[in-house]
Design a binder for this molecule. Structure first.
Ligand code: ATP
Ligand code: MG
Length: 569
């Protein structure tokens, strides 16, 4: 490709609307242009990257036995009414009507469509297992489309659906997809973590999200520094911490003036924070919920919602606290009337002894409080937020935190759709059984953005070779020098002929401008051909990632040397 002909309109200024680095760089480097919020045209450089990601996905999906199909984007409402999702999907679904006033949607996902497809033609256990996938645009009218391709309204997804005879079969299909995903993201050259994505309600292995680690990630993940354990922070399960045995002392009320926070109280009473219990109060459709965790722990709202079985919680108002016989800053679990408030204690609190907590009275705390003897909560559950240094729920090692971008998810659907939509098969005994399903998504366009979020510097993008739009840029530095320009053309032709994806920057620009654009676009290798080095019989090859410069003899087999360098990057 000749740069003078390439449709890659670079910008000198960072577009003001761009919030994250992938969006800034893709606009600046001429990879994409916006048409409306969350909708973009992919220009040639981006499209090449996307096709490379798609091809890696295709190869690994095919190798794992999945078969590629392509279903319509436009889906009839009836299918979604059958599954019961037409009315619950909400505003994220883009709905439309045809000229006969029939309702349709633009597919946000394809469980309904694929289930209806397979139920007509797959009738026998002999046809199972089966895994079908497609790569296609998806539509979701996200409440907040943002971060460029990371959260778009139109985006490219690979979605696969597996059908098995039973749960044992699903386990195999799920593992096959999980393994394929690790190969896909390895081959894309990304640093990622598969994380447990469910709260353990379906056995702890019902879903994993694949997270590309990057500071700008919307998800916070907790991972073990010693074993493979990783989970979404909101979902990470925690074992109770058992405090060493102690003789129960007599409970007593102490005056604690102006001690509204746990730090104030512990300082005032000279107690370590892990000998105190703090409170968070929520209001919900079931009324007031008082939550208690150890003084140095934090409450995880999602776990509270799940424990109490409410739709959502909000911070409680002071008058609600007063009505329940307590007050802000001095809440404690002792003496709360269960008719006035639901008391939820973290399991670790129940294993503490002689602790300090609020006395439900302005200016007072209780000391030497002991669970069981002094109070009985409505619920005891794991309701705390995992934090750095916590023991890993799998191996006991230390937990650390990182931010991540969800690029893929594998999910066990079991018989949710097959039962609702009557996708059944006949087993060996001729008995009708619902198919057991799984679904597996990869955000293809989000993966491209995530690759940039993870691999960039102040000068631009640093593409992993496997998904770079081109592998090598050849830069003739002095257009007026006929000999070196001719040599650059020769090198460009030789590399292209050898199958190396190469661009030549044949523009009549200063070297500085060419080098800036080379770094911005992020070619893995840049070959500089100039009169000075040529005189010494050499060309200069610079690796974008490491900045390492190698001089290659122009009389030697530089094509082989460049191929070798690419393979090592
Ligand atoms: P999120 O929680 O980020 O909204 P999701 O759970 O809704 O994601 P899935 O329904 O599992 O996502 O979709 C499969 C994959 O599609 C995701 O892992 C993600 O990579 C990608 N994806 C989902 N929503 C978007 C979007 N709005 N823009 C770009 N990619 C997306
Ligand atoms: Mg979503």
């Amino acid at each position: 490709m000749r740069f003078s002909k390439l449709f890659a309109p670079t910008l000198r200024e960072v577009p003001a609307e761009a919030e994250v680095v992938s969006q800034q760089l893709m606009l600046r480097a001429g990879f994409m242009r916006k048409s409306a919020a969350g909708m973009y045209s992919y220009l040639p450089l981006a499209w090449r990257v996307l096709k490379k990601i798609e091809n890696i996905i295709r190869e690994e999906m095919d190798a794992s036995g999945a078969q590629e199909i392509l279903m319509p984007i436009v889906q009839p409402a009836e299918l979604w009414q059958e599954s019961g999702r037409w009315d619950v999907y909400g505003l994220e679904m883009v709905r439309l009507k045809d000229r006969h006033n029939r309702e349709f949607c633009l597919g946000p996902t394809h469980e309904e469509m694929v289930t209806s497809l397979i139920r007509g033609d797959v009738r026998s256990y002999r046809q199972l297992p089966m895994n079908l996938y497609q790569i296609q645009n998806k539509y979701r009218d996200e409440r907040r489309p943002r971060f460029g391709l990371m959260r778009g309204r139109e985006f490219i997804m690979k979605d696969a659906y597996s059908f098995d005879r039973d749960e044992a079969g699903l386990d195999v299909s799920y593992k096959t997809m999980y393994d394929a995903y690790t190969r896909i993201f390895d081959r894309c050259g990304l640093t990622y973590r598969p994380v447990e994505a469910d709260s353990g309600a379906i056995g702890g292995n019902g879903s994993h999200e694949f997270m590309v680690l990057a500071e700008s990630g919307e998800a916070e993940i907790a991972y073990c520094t010693q074993c493979d354990y990783a989970a979404d922070v909101e979902k990470a399960e925690l074992h109770e911490i058992v405090a060493p045995e102690e003789t129960a002392l007599e409970k007593a009320e102490v005056v604690t003036p102006d001690c509204k926070t746990i730090v104030d109280v512990c300082n005032y009473l000279n107690l370590p924070q892990d000998k105190s219990v703090k409170a968070v109060a929520f209001k919900s459709e079931k009324g007031l919920i008082l939550c208690f965790v150890r003084g140095d722990h934090e409450v995880n709202e999602i776990k509270v919602v799940n424990t109490v079985g409410v739709n959502e919680v909000e911070m409680a108002d002071e008058d609600m606290l007063i009505a329940a016989g307590t007050c802000g800053g001095y809440m404690g679990p002792c003496g709360i009337d269960p008719k006035k408030a639901i008391v939820v204690c973290d399991s670790t609190v129940m294993k503490m002894h002689n602790f300090c907590c609020g006395a439900n009275k302005e200016g007072y705390h209780l000391v030497n409080v002991n669970p069981g003897r002094d109070f009985t909560p409505t619920y005891v559950a794991d309701i705390r937020l995992i934090q750095e240094g916590d023991p890993c729920p799998h191996c006991g090692g230390k937990v650390a935190k990182a931010r991540g971008i969800e690029v893929g998810q594998v999910f066990k659907l079991f018989t949710k759709y097959s039962k609702a939509m009557h996708a059944t098969f006949l087993d060996e005994q001729g008995k009708e059984q619902p198919m057991v399903m799984g679904c597996y998504g990869i955000g293809v366009s989000r993966t491209m953005a995530a690759a940039i979020e993870q691999n960039n510097d102040k000068d631009g993008i640093i593409w992993p070779v496997a998904i770079a739009p081109y592998e090598v840029l050849v830069v003739p530095v002095n257009n007026k020098d006929a000999e070196s320009t001719a040599k650059a053309e020769e090198i460009y032709a030789a590399l292209t002929k050898a199958g190396v994806e190469t661009v030549i920057d044949d523009r009549n620009e200063r070297p500085g401008v060419k080098f800036k654009d080379a770094d911005l676009i992020g070619y893995p290798l840049r070959v500089v051909v100039g009169p000075k080095t040529l005189k010494a019989g050499e060309i200069e090859v610079k690796a974008r990632k490491t900045g390492e410069v190698t001089m290659l003899p122009v009389a030697g087999d530089y094509v082989a040397a460049i191929k070798e360098m690419l393979a090592k990057l």
